[in-house]
Design a protein around this ligand. Structure first.
Ligand code: HEC
Ligand code: HEC
Length: 499
């Protein structure tokens, strides 16, 4: 009881500390960092704004370091739920950052910022991966970093530890997921229409097991693998938990930044009591989604003879069973929907992103779809005890499962695996277990020469060179630099560098 009282007193101290920080109206000369006037959902849906200006708005939302006047951060601590976004405590009551369980950055860019870790110095840019410093530390309630409990070299931790992947190509990945979901939903209907018949869940060459319906109309999911019982394919998040980037982004905004989307919390309310309402509006999430769906995509370099041999070995050894080199879509336009209805991907469409247009530019196939060289199957796999997480909120099975990492761009994205534990490609491969155990063993048994070939092949899978650079330049051209007199500045020739 005394402990509880002590805890409550500290809690109240924290709450009090937050309250000391002034609200927007008491801060003359200060303003939010995001533009006050933003593109609305209605404007996007009505086609009243150009794609370029939507993308620019998305880029702003992705890269602007948000501050308290934008709604950054959580409000006073919620004593009933101190873990979910909205009322989390801050470290040492600093009032702004938490870091362990979110409130860990001011912008998306802070974590998605390395375009190539293979160039020296690394090439920084928009939408890339993060180093280990940018790992998200998700929902722990216990940590033993000094390993004082049993001194076994394993710092116990009951949350998730996740390394940021890049966002290039996400539009095509989302489209693949939607089409696969539509197929799986149709199979479920077929099963219901034919009770007792075993329906094979095969979409785009990926097997998700079998489904049967009982005569009483209940579906038997015991033969289903790699997808949830809602039969919605979820490519996003390393655990395969989100069907669309919009779903992911709604969570990311709240978790990392304490920015509350109206589509989650409601309009004209301030549930985190930080003095800011309507922090993120539907148009913001749409602009963010259109921006990421139109980022440049990863590509494969022309394969050298060694890389070509490596590609063959990659298939022979069984890597391609999960890392499927390509998946084809039927369409070339990604339909964006609001609100989203996960089991019916084609309703409430307000905008279509043509994935064959620059800068994404997938070549269009004769039948109308595109080929996506993602090196994955959008399916979850048991990766064994070695990669297992200790997340207290997940089941044993979910702790062992990860969605197949998409290997396009892998040359540039070290460190590898879900938490970035592998600093070399070989470590990443040798740490595979579970369903990949036999393939891992086959890789380990290869000759040194074949291993080198496979690595050479993987090193030809590259991230885009200058993602969003043109877009950023076009955004800044809109407001030409002005001199004090108000006339546009003459552009100065760059100084010749003295050698
Ligand atoms: C503190 C670092 C951090 C910040 C800040 C951050 N992210 Fe991420 N991002 C991650 C991590 C880690 C993952 C992988 C999460 C997982 O495995 O569940 C991720 C994954 C994603 C994904 C899914 C990609 C995929 O292929 O699975 C999207 C989309 C995304 N982030 C968008 C955003 C947006 C939009 C913002 C800003 C609102 C943002 N992120 C801010 C760390 C960050
Ligand atoms: C049973 C499915 C499966 C097989 C077979 C498989 N992988 Fe993977 N691979 C995965 C999954 C799932 C991950 C993500 C694991 C994680 O994040 O911890 C992954 C991750 C990787 C990564 C790290 C990528 C990154 O961005 O972090 C590399 C590299 C890789 N695999 C290469 C290979 C190679 C080479 C082979 C064949 C020798 C292979 N894999 C076989 C499922 C598989």
């Amino acid at each position: 009881m005394r402990r509880l009282k002590a805890r409550l007193t500290t809690c109240l101290a924290v709450v009090g500390c937050c309250a000391l920080l002034a609200h927007a109206e008491d801060m003359p000369g200060e303003s939010g960092a995001l533009p006050k006037v933003r593109i609305t959902q209605q404007e996007i849906a009505a086609g009243a704004v150009t794609r370029e200006s939507i993308r620019q708005m998305g880029l702003r939302l992705f890269t602007t370091p948000m501050n308290r006047l934008d709604g950054y951060g959580d409000g006073p601590m919620n004593l009933e739920d101190t873990v979910s976004p909205g009322g989390r405590p801050t470290l040492q009551g600093n009032g702004t950052f938490l870091r362990v369980n979110g409130l860990d950055a001011q912008s998306c860019l802070e974590c998605h910022s390395i375009v190539s870790a293979a160039s020296i110095p690394p090439r920084l840019g928009i939408g890339g991966v993060g180093g280990s410093i940018a790992n998200a530390i998700i929902s722990p309630t216990e940590m033993d970093p000094a390993n004082l409990k049993d001194l076994d070299g394993k710092a116990r931790f009951n949350g998730r530890f996740a390394n940021p992947p890049f966002l290039f190509g996400v539009g095509a990945v989302e489209l693949l997921g939607l089409e696969m979901t539509a197929d799986l939903q149709a199979y479920a209907q077929e099963a219901l229409d034919h009770p007792g018949r075993e329906i094979v869940l095969l979409t785009k060459g990926v097997h998700f097991g079998v489904l049967t319906a009982n005569t009483d109309g209940a579906l038997d999911f015991s033969g289903v693998t790699g997808v949830d019982e809602d039969l919605v394919v979820k490519p996003f998040g390393r655990k395969g938990e989100f069907a669309t980037t919009r779903e992911f982004d709604t969570g990311a905004l709240q978790f990392h930044l304490g920015m509350q989307p109206t589509e989650v919390v409601g309009r004209d309310v301030d549930p985190d009591s930080d003095g800011v309402r309507n922090e993120i509006r539907p148009g913001d999430l749409s602009a963010l989604g259109i921006f990421t769906a139109t980022l440049e995509r990863p590509y494969m370099e022309r394969l050298s003879p060694s890389a070509q041999r490596g590609f063959d070995a990659f298939r022979d050894v069984g890597c391609a069973g999960c890392h499927m080199p390509t998946l084809d879509t039927q369409r070339h336009r990604l339909p964006l929907r609001f609100p989203e209805q996960p089991s019916d991907p084609w309703v409430n469409v307000y905008y279509q992103v043509d994935l064959t247009e620059a800068p994404v530019k997938f070549p269009r196939k004769r039948r109308g779809g595109i080929t996506v060289p993602l090196f994955a199957d959008l399916k979850r796999h048991d990766m064994g005890a070695g990669l297992r997480e200790d997340f207290a909120l997940a089941t044993e099975q979910r702790n062992r499962e990860f969605t197949t990492a998409r290997l396009w761009g892998v040359a540039d994205t070290a460190p590898y695996l879900h938490d970035g534990r592998a600093t070399t490609l070989t470590d990443a491969i040798l740490l595979h277990g579970g369903e990949a155990q036999s393939v891992r063993a086959a890789f380990a048994d290869l000759s040194d020469e074949s291993k080198v070939d496979i690595l050479t092949f993987l090193r030809s899978l590259r991230t885009p060179k200058n993602p969003a650079v043109k877009l950023a330049a076009s955004m800044n051209r809109r407001t030409p630099a002005r001199s004090k007199s108000g006339k546009p500045k003459k552009s100065r020739k760059p100084h010749k560098s003295s050698r």
